[in-house]
Design a binder for this molecule. Structure first.
Ligand code: N2P
Length: 389
C-alpha cells in the first residue's frame, strides 16, 4: 500500500518534472529561432566515446564491459577499489576522472549532501521500471526521491566460515547460536586463531559490526559507544591474523583462513571459486540470528564527470534484466532488479544466504549513515586497534 502510494507520488513527481523540463526546452527553442548564431555556439558537442568507471573488485561478469563496448562503441576504462575510504578521498579531492563511481550506502549520503554527485536524468533511464520498489524505498532513506543513485548490488556484513576447519578448531565446543560470537567472543576466537581469522580492513564496517554485537546503535552511537566497541575489538585483536577486504575471497577459497568478518556475497563467491579451482573448501556465509548489516553499493555520477551521457547509457544497460542477472550469477550478490530474477541461476536464487528469506531480511540492520565527525573518530580508534596497542 505504502509502496503504491509512494510510487504514485513518484509518478506524479515525474509528470511535474517533465512539464517543467518541457517548458524550459520550449523557451530555449524559442530563443534559438530568434538568435541562430547563439544556438550554434550553445549546441552541445557529442561526448567522446569514452567512459571511466570505478567499482569494487570482483563485482562484474567477464563480458559485461565487452558487450557494452561492442554494442555502443564506447570505450570503457574500468578500475577497481576495495574500500569506501579510498573512493571517498578521491571524490573529495575532485577531478577523479570517473564518470561512474560505486560507493556504499553509508558513504553515498554524505557525498550526495556534499554536492559531489549530479542528478540522474531519468528520461534517459528507460529501464528504471525494472527496479524493485522495496529496494528503492530503502534507498530513499539516504537518497530522497531516488534522484541520484542506482543500486548496483546489495548484501550484508556477516561472518563467513570454512565449516570443516572451524569444527576441527573448535573441537568439543559446538558452533555458537550467535554467529557473531565467532569473531567477537574470545572463547571462540582463541580457538579459531589456529586456522586463521580475517577482518575487513575498513574502520566503518569493523565498528558497525562491533556496535551491533554489543546491541548499541550501529550508525548513530555516542563516543562512549565507540569506546565500548573499541574495547571489545581489542579483546579479540591478538587472535586476528590479517586485515584484508578484497583478498578474503582467495584466502578462504584456498584454505588460508577459516573465519572472516566481511561481505556475504564475497563468502559465497569464495565458495564458488573453491569449487571452480577444486580446492574443496566448504565455505559458508552465515546468516546471524541477531541479523547481519544490510548494505547497498550504488552507482552515482560525479558532479564533474566528463561523460554523463555515456554514464547514463551504461546505467541503463546495467538495468537490463539479463545484464544484471549475469553479474549476479558471476559474483553471487543479489541485484535490485525485479525483472532479473527469472534470469538468475536457480542455485543462486535458492541460496538463502544470498536471497534472504523475508524473516531474515526483517532482521537485517537497515542502511544508515555515520556523520563525518563519527567517521573520523572511527578511523582514529581503528588505527589503534589494528596496530594492537
Ligand atoms: C565486491 C565487494 C562488495 C563491497 N567484491 C561491499 N561494499
Amino acid at each position: 500500500m505504502y509502496m503504491n502510494l509512494s510510487y504514485k507520488k513518484y509518478l506524479f513527481g515525474l509528470v511535474v518534472v517533465s512539464a517543467v523540463l518541457a517548458a524550459v526546452s520550449c523557451s530555449k527553442s524559442d530563443q534559438e529561432v530568434t538568435d541562430p548564431a547563439k544556438a550554434t555556439t550553445e549546441a552541445k558537442a557529442p561526448e567522446e566515446k569514452v567512459l571511466n568507471i570505478y567499482n569494487w573488485s570482483d563485482y562484474i561478469a567477464p563480458d559485461t564491459i565487452a558487450n557494452f563496448e561492442k554494442e555502443t562503441g564506447i570505450k570503457v576504462q574500468y578500475d577497481v577499489f576495495d574500500s569506501n575510504e579510498i573512493l571517498h578521498a578521491k571524490l573529495i579531492a575532485k577531478n577523479t576522472g570517473y564518470d561512474i563511481v560505486v560507493p556504499t550506502s553509508n558513504w553515498a549520503k554524505q557525498q550526495l549532501d556534499g554536492g559531489l554527485f549530479q542528478k540522474l536524468d531519468k528520461g534517459k533511464l528507460t529501464n528504471w521500471k525494472n527496479l524493485d520498489e522495496g529496494i528503492l524505498k530503502q534507498m530513499a532513506a539516504f537518497d530522497p526521491g531516488n534522484q541520484y543513485l542506482v543500486d548496483w548490488m546489495w548484501s550484508y556484513n556477516t561472518v563467513g566460515i570454512n565449516v570443516d576447519k572451524v569444527k576441527a578448531a573448535l573441537g568439543d565446543t559446538p558452533l555458537p547460536e550467535n554467529a557473531w560470537d565467532l569473531v567477537f567472543n574470545p572463547t571462540y576466537t582463541s580457538k579459531l586463531k589456529s586456522c586463521g581469522i580475517t577482518f575487513l580492513d575498513t574502520p566503518t564496517d569493523v565498528f558497525q559490526a562491533a556496535l551491533h554485537y554489543l546491541g548499541r546503535p550501529v550508525y548513530t552511537g555516542t563516543p562512549e559507544d565507540y569506546q565500548a566497541a573499541f574495547d571489545l575489538l581489542m579483546k579479540v585483536r591478538p587472535d586476528i591474523k590479517k586485515f584484508n577486504s578484497g583478498g578474503q575471497i582467495d584466502d578462504l577459497a584456498s584454505g588460508n583462513t577459516c573465519v572472516a568478518y566481511g561481505w556475504a556475497g564475497d563468502f559465497n563467491l569464495a565458495r564458488k571459486r573453491s569449487i571452480e579451482n577444486k580446492t574443496e573448501q566448504n565455505i559458508e556465509a552465515l546468516v546471524p540470528k541477531t541479523g547481519g548489516i544490510l548494505f547497498m553499493d550504488v552507482m552515482a555520477i560525479p558532479a564533474d564527470a566528463k561523460h554523463p551521457d555515456n554514464a547514463h547509457t551504461f546505467i541503463n544497460y546495467i538495468m537490463r534484466p539479463e545484464v544484471t542477472a549475469a553479474i549476479t550469477n558471476e559474483v553471487t550478490y543479489a541485484n535490485p532488479n525485479k525483472a532479473a530474477t527469472e534470469f538468475v541461476d536457480p542455485e543462486i536464487k535458492n541460496n538463502k544466504s544470498i536471497y534472504l528469506s523475508d524473516e531474515d531480511i526483517a532482521k537485517l540492520v537497515p542502511p544508515g549513515v555515520e556523520d563525518a565527525q563519527t567517521k573520523r573518530n572511527m578511523t582514529r580508534l581503528y588505527t589503534k586497534f589494528k596496530s594492537g596497542v
